[in-house]
Design a protein around this ligand. Structure first.
Ligand code: SF4
Length: 389
């Protein structure tokens, strides 16, 4: 079991940097390409929005800070350092505060790793995506396999904790090819790997290319076979799957992402960032303005660019918690479910639906926890549809 910080005052902070060198054709994140970025202006705006949220969240303790994007490794290390310093000045922080920065493995960015560490980053998550130049080209990435390997070597030597991402279940990928690539990745890994299946998202260039017939996404059965083999291989290598796409040695799990999956509290600053905050009995969902320049103008004018601040209704709160929690191998403890929803799990969830999914081998209730089985996690969308519909 992954240790949890049980202090209810604990929460995470997400900082969104919305810029990338180029837009990858599969990406539907809030990421944009700009010729020039005024780092000083962006730094001042991030600090202002942080200070707005600090006023709204006294008495909280920061357990994790996550720089995501976009490509946060394009930030000046001074900007990263200023954000970390502002967080530490505004809130008490946990003694083992996790500070993660997502990075792309171009040589220019890898050369900044030491400066990021000096600024206070203690964990890096590198978007490697593939270890083959032709595939990197297909994915529209800006780095070569050689650069990625070099960045991983620098990352390993610079940070105690490191993760990297790979995208698999790509068109035409065979099991032997994936086996060889994953074994090479395991040789380069430290304690954490994120392995995502390629999905064709609406509004992306890949969606247009699939519609034109340029390529066919991998079929579901082939994807499932790769997923099952991957889970077994990572388990054997000592990096158990603690979440559908995330694998770690014990203690190396991403504490920040665990906060999301355990339905804990976090604030989000920067364009399009989301947050969830418990205020008394209420859960508040926040979302910042999505467009980078509009976000910047609003923060400079009002001190924040909160576009939405809504109470999460009880039914939505229950669904969100179940959708997040069943992604985790540890599942959802009954006590946490009750504390969040005020209801007993077996009564709040439709007993007939629950029983059918347990009988079908997709869900289980074990030591007071509701869990998706490996079979259930492999097809979680369908399981959630059958449980919560
Ligand atoms: S680098 Fe990451 S965030 Fe930026 S476009 Fe590519 S996948 Fe999206």
């Amino acid at each position: 079991m992954i240790p949890a910080s049980d202090d209810p005052r604990g929460f995470g902070i997400y900082v969104h940097w919305p810029f990338c060198r180029a837009k990858c054709p599969y990406c539907d994140f809030n990421s944009h390409v700009r010729e020039a970025i005024d780092q000083g202006r962006w730094r001042a705006a991030l600090l202002r929005e942080l200070s707005h949220y600090a006023e709204a969240t006294p008495d909280r303790i920061v357990t994790s800070l996550f720089f995501g994007g976009g490509t946060p490794s394009l930030m000046d290390p001074e900007t990263v350092g200023a954000v970390i310093a502002a967080v530490k000045a505004a809130w008490p922080v946990a003694p083992d505060l996790e500070v993660t920065l997502e990075a792309n493995p171009t040589s220019i960015e890898a050369e900044k790793f030491r400066a990021f560490r000096a600024a206070g980053v203690n964990r890096v998550s590198i978007g490697v995506q593939a270890l083959d130049d032709d595939i990197l080209k297909f994915l529209g990435r800006q780095h070569s396999a050689r650069e990625a390997i070099r960045a991983l070597e620098i990352g390993r030597a610079t940070f105690d904790r490191m993760s990297f991402d790979l995208i698999y279940a790509r068109p035409g990928q065979t099991l032997p090819a994936w086996q060889a690539e994953l074994d090479a990745a395991l040789d380069l890994a430290k304690g954490h790997l994120s392995l995502y299946q390629l999905t064709i998202e609406p509004g992306t260039v890949f969606e247009q290319r699939v519609a034109r017939g340029d390529f066919q996404p991998m079929g579901e059965d082939a994807q499932a076979a790769l997923f099952d083999w991957t889970a077994a291989r990572l388990e054997e290598a000592g990096l158990a799957g603690y979440e559908i796409s995330n694998h770690a040695r014990p203690g190396e799990e991403s504490r920040h992402n665990l906060t999301y999956w355990r339905y804990g509290d976090y604030i989000g600053v920067g364009p399009g960032a989301h947050g969830r905050l418990t205020l008394g009995d209420r859960k508040i969902a926040t979302r910042q303005h999505r467009a980078p320049e509009a976000w910047l103008d609003l923060v400079e004018r009002d001190g924040h660019a909160t576009r939405q601040r809504l109470e999460v209704e009880p039914a939505a709160r229950l669904s969100e918690m179940v959708m997040m929690g069943l992604r985790l191998a540890e599942g959802i403890p009954a006590a946490r479910f009750r504390a969040e929803t005020g209801r007993v799990m077996e009564e709040a969830l439709d007993p007939a639906r629950l029983a059918r999914l347990v009988e079908g081998g997709f869900l289980g209730v074990e030591s007071g926890r509701l869990k998706a089985t490996a079979e259930g996690r492999a097809r979680l969308d369908a399981v959630l549809g059958a449980l919560l519909a």
